[in-house]
Write a protein that binds this ligand. Sequence first.
Ligand SMILES: [Cu+2]
Length: 328
Amino acid sequence: MIMFERERDKINQMRERDGKFSCPQQNVRKIHTMKSQILKSSLLFISAAILLFSASCKSKAPVASANAKRYELKGKVVSSDKLTHKVTIAHEQIEGYMEAMTMPFTLHDDWVYGELTPGALIQATLVIDQDKTWLENPVVTKVSDPNLASKSDESEAAPNAGTAIPDFTLVNQDGKKISFKQYRGQPLLVTFIYTRCPLPDYCPLMSRNFAEIGRQIQKNPEFKDKVRLLSISLDPEYDTPKVLREYGSKYLGSDKPDFKQWEFASGSADQIKNVAQFFGLKYWRENDQIIHGLRTAIIDPDGKVFKVYRGNEWTPDQVLKELDEVTF
Ligand SMILES: [Cu+2]
C-alpha cells in the first residue's frame, strides 16, 4: 500500500512541476502491478504517466460541486460492467462514512475496466455529491481470484425488443397475487429495487424516477389510467408486502397512498429470480446487502419487451417519450 502512495506523490510532484500534465479532470491515476519495477526507471515511468494523464482527460465523470464530500476507499473488485460503468467492490470500512460492505459503485473511467478483474485490489476516492456518488482516481492492483470469476459477468444481454414476457406471478404490496398477463392492454414500466438499498443513485433513484413518472402520467390525459408501474424487490425475504407498502407510501407521498397505478412486488425467492433472469439482471446477497445491477423495462400493451435500460442514466423524460410510442 505504501507503494501506491509513493506513486501518487511522485505523479503529483511531476504534475506540479510541469504544467502540460494538468488536465481539467485533475485525476491522477496509475495502474500498478506489484511485480512492476517501473518505478526504478524514471524514463519509462514518465512515459507511463503521460499516457495516464491523456487517458484521464477523457473521463466522463461529473464535475463535483463545492459541497461534495470525499472519502478514501480500499477494497477488492467483485465484478464490473463497463457498459453501465459499475464496479462492485468488497470494501473496507470507510472512516466517518460507512462500515465494511460489498456494494456497487459508479466508475466513469472506461480505461480502467480492463484492469477490474474479480479479486483485483482497488483504491479510489469516493465522491458523495448531493444525490450522486462515484469513484475517482482509481488505482488498481491486478490479482485474479478464480472463485469470483463466475459472478463477474454482469454484461450479459437483456431480452431483445419484441420478446414476449412470460406470465410471471408475484405478490403485490397488498399481499395479492399478480401476474404479468393482467397488464396486457396497457404499457407497463418495470424496475427492480430493494428497500434497504443504501446507494442514493441506485434503488432510491429508480424509485424517485418512478414517482416522477407517476406524477407526470397523472397530469397527462393521454397516459392517465393507462400506464402501469411495477417495482420488484430483489430482497423478498425482508421486503414483505407490508414493508413494500410502507416504502411505496413514502414515494407516493400521500396519507392514503393509491397503488392502482404503481405497484410494488415481492414473492418467493424463485419467483423473483425468474423475472430478474428474464431481464438479464444479476444479484446476490452479501450479508444484509443485495449486490445487484439495474434493469428498467418498458413492456408494450401486447406483453412484449419494448425497451430495456441497463443502468441508472435514463431520465423520466426519456421514458415518458418512449411510453408515448407504445400508448394507444
Ligand atoms: Cu439498490
